[in-house]
Structures are given as structure tokens and as C-alpha cells.
Ligand binder design. Structure first.
Ligand SMILES: C[S@@+](CC[C@H](N)C(=O)[O-])C[C@H]1O[C@@H](n2cnc3c(N)ncnc32)[C@H](O)[C@@H]1O
Length: 447
């Protein structure tokens, strides 16, 4: 462990117990509620650990494995920053759970402005050393400390909004890098708190079944704008809404043309669009052309389309392109997740876990990637459809299961998959008339 300015006479986590997340051992305060499934208040005086973020940390391990193995970050050493590190569990999981050919190339830094965090990380690295790679700590306010060197990978996982960290993080990235960003200001991003949404993200989100997807797209649009300010362009790798937080991972490249073209990737989402709006969306390539007469529940429109900002049907400005990368998502299979992150039962386990606890952790790992590798084939699709909306929209029937809709659409010759989303839903690249057709078939067999 190398130390850069870390130094602590602060309290650590008080009475603690050994805990495991994925394949990595850590320590958590005995006061920590390990069953927590939602947001967790900042707890001054002890290092923060939220078990509800374990899925985000698992996906981070898998994404890093994919990106590095595909050579997207070159072939030499990789400097990765766990920017708001708290207990350093994410950084330690990268080093401990990535395959050796990847982790041995990593120089990982865990940063925090809380000295007790860094002290804890150093202690944990001594008690449970990682097999490969190198772990450093960096003390200070990330908004400036991130600029002390260049990074290939930066993770930003703040309390609340990530907006204030974006500009300097993007400037500190290598010519080609990955930025992972969490946001827990979900009431703002999903449109419930309109003023903070406008203040922080300059957008509006319609409160409906796709509000979480719109929130993700508003966040991506803000990252894309920050990147463009620094002559960079982004491509989303993975965008996930997970219980109480949003998480977006993007590839960032220093390419001036991409940065100049940013407006082509931004636009509006319109609920219950008019015929004219649908025609424009088709003309702009945001919907497939369709011989049917029915209008879809929603469509995207480019930024240049003249919309009325007060129109309650409209969300945006938001990212109108795909919110994930097909290959990256495909790599997140259940098998791969278990291979990298699934702990195997051992007797005399240091955490004192029995077989059932190991099994529960393996189930959690599987849940964290549910549907992602299947959805990969259709992440380019123009329709994300929450099935609960369909009966109301068509004025008949009950909500079909996403699986049945997917099967019907596939039978009709188009791609579709159940989505990893906050609502029972599926994604498809089919024209709207095919979705109508699939719904009709299911409704008629249910009579
Ligand atoms: C939500 S926690 C991070 C959780 C962690 N990434 C994980 O996976 O467990 C946020 C952390 O950021 C630290 N922090 C907050 N503002 C900061 C800033 N401006 N610079 C550096 N660290 C900061 C806090 O001390 C806290 O440890």
C-alpha cells in the first residue's frame, strides 16, 4: 500500500465484524444494517457502507473486466480511481475479483476527503491483501484532487448529485477512458422534484412509467455536455436504475468531431406524440418506418425540433441514443458474474458464514445482472415499453407479461428482450404496428 497524504488520528468504524461482498472480505460497523435495500443517510463519525450498492459494485467489476480484456484502454498499466471511496470496497473488489491478467495491470487509487476512510482502507488492505495490482490512497476534495494525475478509469459515487464532480473528472481522464457515475438524487432525476432537476440538470422529466429511463438519459446528457466542454465525446456502456440510485458508465474519448456533434445525440421524449411528431421522429431515424396507422405511446425528437418547453408531454433535453453498449452488456451474463464475483463455500470461513449465506450472496450476484446480457441484443431499440401501460393505452385487456410480448414480437421477426428496468418492461426495435399486433394476439388468446 502506498500512501499519498493519507494520515489519520480519526476514529474508524468502532466495533466491527468481518463481512463479505462478492469474493472480497471487508469489515463493517456492528451498527451497520446489512439488510438495507435503499438509500442510507450519511453517518458522521463512521465510514459509510451501503449494502444496497453491492449490485453496482458487482457490475463495476464486470464492466472493468470487459473493457480491459477488449483492449479498449490499451495494453499497458491502467490507473483507476475509486473517487469517493468510503470503505474502499469498490477499489478492493476490482483488485480482488478481476481475473489476474487484468488486475495485475491495475494501479488503483481510493480517494476520499474523510481521513478515517483512508485509514480504514489501509487497515483492510493489510488484513485482507488483494492478490494482484497496487492500491494507493488519495486524501482531499475530489473536485480538485482528481487533477493531480491522469486516469483511465474514474468512479464517482457521491451522496446525492454527481454534477459538481463532472468537469474536473472529465479533464483528468486519459485520451481514452471510462467514467462511472452514480446519482442518488432520484427525486430530482425522475421528475418528482422539479426545481432541483431544472437547477442541477437543466431538464424536465414527465412523471410516468418511463421516468427512471428519462432520468438516466438526462444524466447521460449532462455527462455528454460536460465531456463536450472539454473536447471529448462519450458513448454509454451501461445505464442502470437500481432501487434508490441511477448509475451510468460511459466511454470517454478525446475526439473533437464527436464533441462538435453532441447536439445530434440530444433531444426530447414526447408522450402521446402527434402524427406530425411521429413522422419527424421516423424521418430523423429515431423510430423505424411503419406502415401502420396507430401512433406509439412515445417517441424521441431531436433537439432542433420546435417544442413548447411547458408542454407536460415532454421530457428533456435528454440523451436520445442507445443507453448501453451491446458487447459490454452481453459480457454481463449470470455465468460470468458468478465466475468473477460469486464466493465459494469454505469451512472455517473468516466471516463465520454458513453454506446458506454463501448461497444468498451468489443469488445476489445473479440478481445484479438480471436480464442485462439478454437485453444487449436490443439496446439499440427505439421502444422501451412498460407493460402496465398497454391496457390503458389500447383501452382493453390486462397487462401482458413482458416475456409473452417478447416471444410474440420475436415470432413476428423482430428483436425484443425483457429489460433490466424499474418497471416490468421490455425493449424492442420493432415498428409500433408490430407491438400492437403482438398485444392484440395476446389479448385475443386471453378472452
Ligand atoms: C456514498 S459514499 C461512497 C460509497 C462508496 N463508493 C462505496 O461503494 O461504498 C461517498 C463518500 O464520498 C466522500 N466525499 C464526499 N464528498 C467528497 C469530496 N468532495 N471529495 C472527496 N470525498 C468526498 C464521503 O466521505 C464518503 O465516504
Amino acid at each position: 500500500m502506498n500512501e499519498e497524504r493519507g494520515n489519520s488520528d480519526q476514529p474508524l468504524i468502532g466495533p466491527s465484524e468481518i463481512h463479505r461482498e462478492g469474493k472480497t472480505l471487508t469489515r463493517v460497523s456492528k451498527n451497520n444494517d446489512l439488510t438495507n435495500k435503499g438509500p442510507l443517510a450519511r453517518n458522521y463519525g463512521s465510514v459509510f457502507h451501503n449494502p444496497a450498492m453491492s449490485g453496482s459494485r458487482t457490475r463495476s467489476v464486470l464492466l472493468m473486466a470487459h473493457v480491459i480484456e477488449e483492449g479498449l484502454l490499451g495494453h499497458s498499466k491502467i490507473r483507476a480511481l475509486d473517487g469517493l471511496s468510503a470503505s474502499g470496497l469498490r477499489a478492493r473488489r476490482w483488485l480482488n475479483e478481476l481475473p489476474e491478467n487484468v488486475s495485475s495491470r491495475l494501479i488503483v487509487t481510493a480517494a476520499d476527503m474523510d481521513k478515517s476512510s483512508l485509514e480504514l482502507i489501509k487497515n483492510l488492505d493489510t488484513e485482507f491483501p488483494s492478490k494482484n495490482g497496487e492500491l494507493n490512497v488519495l486524501y482531499g476534495d475530489l473536485r480538485s484532487s482528481v487533477l493531480t494525475q491522469g486516469w483511465h478509469w474514474i468512479d464517482i459515487d457521491p451522496f446525492g448529485s454527481p454534477v459538481s464532480f463532472l468537469d474536473t473528472a472529465i479533464q483528468a481522464l486519459a485520451r481514452r477512458g471510462v467514467l462511472e457515475v452514480s446519482a442518488t438524487d432520484t427525486a430530482a432525476l425522475s421528475g418528482s422534484s422539479k426545481n432541483p432537476l431544472m437547477r442541477r440538470y437543466g431538464a424536465r422529466v414527465r412523471l410516468d412509467k418511463l421516468k427512471h429511463d428519462s432520468g438516466l438519459r438526462v444524466l447521460i446528457a449532462n455527462i455528454a455536455r460536460a465531456a463536450a466542454r472539454h473536447d471529448r465525446s462519450i458513448k454509454p456502456l451501461l445505464s442502470i436504475w437500481d432501487s434508490h440510485h441511477l448509475r451510468v458508465s460511459v466511454e470517454v474519448k478525446k475526439v473533437m468531431t464527436g464533441a462538435n456533434n453532441i447536439e445530434q445525440s440530444l433531444g426530447w421524449r414526447v408522450y402521446s406524440p402527434t402524427k406530425e411528431e411521429v413522422s419527424f421522429s421516423i424521418k430523423y431515424g429515431l423510430l423505424p418506418s411503419d406502415l401502420g396507422e396507430d401512433l406509439p405511446i412515445r417517441c424521441m425528437l431531436p433537439l432542433s425540433y420546435p417544442i413548447e418547453r411547458q408542454d407536460p408531454r415532454i421530457s428533456g433535453p435528454l440523451w436520445i441514443g442507445p443507453i448501453g453498449n451491446s458487447l459490454a452488456m452481453k459480457s454481463m451474463s449470470k455465468e460470468r458474474a458468478l465466475e468473477l464475483c460469486g464466493p465459494e463455500y469454505i469451512e472455517n470461513d473468516p466471516a463465520g458464514w454458513d453454506q446458506r449465506q454463501f448461497e444468498d450472496e451468489r443469488k445476489k450476484i445473479i440478481r445484479s445482472v438480471r436480464n442485462i446480457s439478454q437485453e444487449a441484443i436490443v439496446i439499440h431499440g427505439c421502444h422501451l415499453i412498460a407493460v402496465d401501460e398497454l391496457p390503458g393505452w389500447f383501452g382493453k385487456g390486462g397487462p401482458p407479461s413482458p416475456g409473452r410480448m417478447v416471444a410474440e414480437i420475436q415470432n413476428l421477426g423482430f428483436s425484443a428482450a425483457i429489460s433490466h428496468y424499474a418497471e416490468p418492461s421490455f425493449r424492442t426495435d420493432a415498428p409500433w404496428s408490430i407491438v400492437v399486433n403482438a398485444f392484440e394476439r395476446i389479448s385475443s388468446t386471453n378472452i
